[in-house]
Design a binder for this molecule. Sequence first.
Ligand code: SUG
Length: 421
Amino acid sequence: MSTDSTRLTEINFDGLVGPSHNYAGLSLGNIASASHGGDPSYPRAAALQGVAKMRGNMGRGLSQGFLLPLPRPNDDLLRRIGADEGTPPQLRAAAWSASSMWTANAATVSPAPDTADGRCHLTPANLVTMLHRGQEWRDTKAQLDIAFGNSDHFAVHDAVPPSFGDEGAANHMRFCEGHGSPGVEVFVYGRPGGRFPARQHEQASRAVARLHGLDPRTCVFIEQNPAAIEAGAFHNDVVAVANERVLFTHAEAFADQQGAYDAIRAAFPALEVVEVPTEAVSMAEAIRTYLFNAQLLTLPTGEMALVVPEECRESPDVWRFCEQMIAGNGPIRQVIPVDVRQSMANGGGPACLRLRVVADPATVDPRFLLDEAKADLLETVIAKNWPEQIDPADIGSDALASSVRAARSALLDALDLSALR
Ligand code: SUG
């Protein structure tokens, strides 16, 4: 059965922040993670911030879904690293990470109009660069297999094999006239050899494009600026975001900035670039505030809005740029700050927290779709079960392990998803 393109819409699947959310400083090259390592975390507040963000976008008339936290602590990982009393705390903490909340790294998604078989293809990201993230993909796939189990409309692949690191949609952009129209898919990779790991390997991106049955004429492969990676842009979505015809980007996002625009324009002539010059917002300030880790959304009115972290409003340079941008006549007409500070402190802004899927909502398992009543339910379960605070010394304790497991169980029961137990 082929997908009816008139019913296709963008659905943002946000990752629910898990009950083990903590700051363990696990991500080399991610400045927020490194600088908050060892701080106490507030999982309940973090998860409620995430639900509030989803409610905000639903209130704007947009389709919203969610993915669930993965099982933590991951006993299988602890067993496989031979964890014992002498195991360094950071290694142990990997098995407790709630990092699956950043669903921009859950998978790469190619909507049905782009693919050879007319289905929406999803490839979970192998996330092999970091131990705490490399444990995610099989459990992520188990959820994708249910949420997108309708094989008339979706194909869910296995992750691409190591050693090619794949970090999913965070390094992927799609340009199109409208979400239901055929698109041009842009894959951004990093060249290894710098101070920090280049987490997206070119060959992983190329494998995903082949697996998804994309037409090579509508694929563009671009190198990320090594200086951006050195400055802490560990994923491309820290320095650029795309929506329909628009690329919102820092002037130093790509290794060859003009060459990148030319390559995209050759495949997608309608490209509109909104470039933020370094003189307006330095790379360091862009990374600190996560201006580009924004959701660039097409509202039901047809206007585009940029959902940015609150940190942007607090930065004189960034906010001046935003105000000037909306006073002008460019394609981005609104800038909307949201509070996702608990996630930001681990390097995850509004864009990290969501996976964009273009689909007919009627073809998605409804248990993964949000409405106001389900948002109420999520808030109730979180308020009742999520730990209020986790101190680094709690990681590894049996008491915390039981409460984290019980919290996830309560969520699965409430959502009728005990198959994921
Ligand atoms: O992989 N942070 C995540 C943040 C991911 C952000 N995603 C996107 N940019 N799309 C990461 O670096 C920190 C965990 C810790 O240190 O406890 C962490 O994994």
